[in-house]
Structures are given as structure tokens and as C-alpha cells.
Write a protein of this length. Structure first.
Length: 206
């Protein structure tokens, strides 16, 4: 992934960062001062992008890569933001940045593409393991699982090996019976006002 500078300059308060983005939105595209002002806006709001990236850490992807993805979303937000529409910049930028992060996981979170047969076998083994642990009062053996599922021990081992191929759980996996909500939709899904407050604190302290 092409690296984007991820180290901001001196800390910028939320108020100062908001003033910068408002000034950029009011600046004509042909104004020679705009490129430098745009750069300052990106630097000022960088802590917000880093903060969001960290919330997706420990999911199988390097944090540096996640920061780069978040910065791409930040740059898109800076370039598209129009002041005066009743939406603060964080409220405008967060969906764009989070969308970039979710897209990154959907596209790249698998270390290898596991055949559908092994995916289904993995799920069956997981279900059998849970059932047998409850009924037997102990962890089931490979033989126990094979008998329960009516398959060979070799197939159980194959399914277990396929499970190890996952570097992260698919963010497109359904999390409800209807399949109308995906795991990716639950990430970063806290109350928007709470998140904005949290981001303001992060911006003022980083």
C-alpha cells in the first residue's frame, strides 16, 4: 500500500481544526492558498482518522495499513466537505472513513480464499463441538465429532485445518437470523453523539 504521512505536526484543538475546514470550504478552488490550507486541514484532522483506525485494530490487518486507509477516507472528506449545511465536519467525515475501513476488510481480510465446502464443514464442526461439549460434559475428541456428524476423522481434521486459514472473520458474515445485518455493520456502531464527543477528546489530547 502506498504510504501516506501519518504523523501530524503540533497538536491542533477541535476548535482550530474546525476553523481550518470551514476556511477551506469557503476558499475558491483557484485560490493559490488552497493547497496549503488543504494540507493543514488534513494534518489537523489526522488524529480523528488515526483514532478510527485504532478501533479496527487486532482484526488481522496491520495498524499502519488501517491508518493509511483511514487517511484516504479523511482526504476524500476534506475535499468534499461543504460548510453551512448544518453538519459538523466529524459528522460528515466519520461515515466516509468508516466506509473505507469496512471496504478494506471486505476486500482484504482473508489470508486465503477457503473453498465453500470447507467453510461449511468448519461451521458444522463448530456446531458439533458446542453441542457435544454440553452433552458430554467435556471437550469432544476428533472421533466424537466425526461420529456426531457422520463423517470421517480425516474430514474433521481437514475442516479444522481450513479454519486456520482464516486471518480474520469476514465482515460480510450475517449476525442475525434474517441475514439483514452484517458483522461489519456492528463495528463502530455506537451512538453518534458519544462517538463525536470521544473524537473531540482524542483530537484535543493527541
Amino acid at each position: 500500500m502506498t504510504m501516506i504521512a501519518s504523523t501530524a505536526g503540533p497538536s491542533t484543538s477541535t476548535a482550530a481544526a474546525s476553523e481550518l475546514i470551514a476556511a477551506l470550504a469557503a476558499t475558491d478552488a483557484a485560490d493559490p492558498a488552497r493547497p496549503r490550507l488543504r494540507e493543514r486541514c488534513i494534518e489537523a484532522w489526522l488524529p480523528m482518522a488515526q483514532h478510527l483506525a485504532r478501533r479496527y485494530a487486532n482484526r488481522g490487518e496491520p495498524l499502519d495499513d488501517l491508518v493509511q486507509v483511514a487517511v484516504v477516507g479523511l482526504i476524500k472528506s476534506v475535499d468534499r466537505y461543504e460548510d453551512g449545511h448544518g453538519v459538523e465536519f466529524p459528522g460528515f467525515a466519520i461515515p466516509t472513513i468508516v466506509g473505507e475501513l469496512k471496504r478494506h476488510f471486505r476486500d482484504r481480510a482473508w489470508s486465503i480464499r477457503v473453498p465453500r465446502r470447507l467453510q461449511e464443514l468448519r461451521l458444522a464442526i463448530t456446531g458439533a463441538d458446542n453441542t457435544l461439549t454440553h452433552t458430554l460434559g467435556r471437550l469432544p475428541t476428533v472421533a466424537d465429532i466425526a461420529v456426531h456428524l457422520g463423517i470421517s476423522e480425516e474430514e474433521v481434521l481437514e475442516g479444522l485445518e481450513g479454519a486456520r486459514a482464516y486471518s480474520a472473520e469476514s465482515l460480510s458474515a450475517p449476525v442475525n437470523a434474517e441475514g439483514s445485518r452484517e458483522l461489519g455493520d456492528t463495528l463502530g456502531g455506537e451512538d453518534r453523539e458519544f462517538e463525536l464527543t470521544e473524537l473531540r477528546l482524542a483530537l484535543d489530547t493527541e
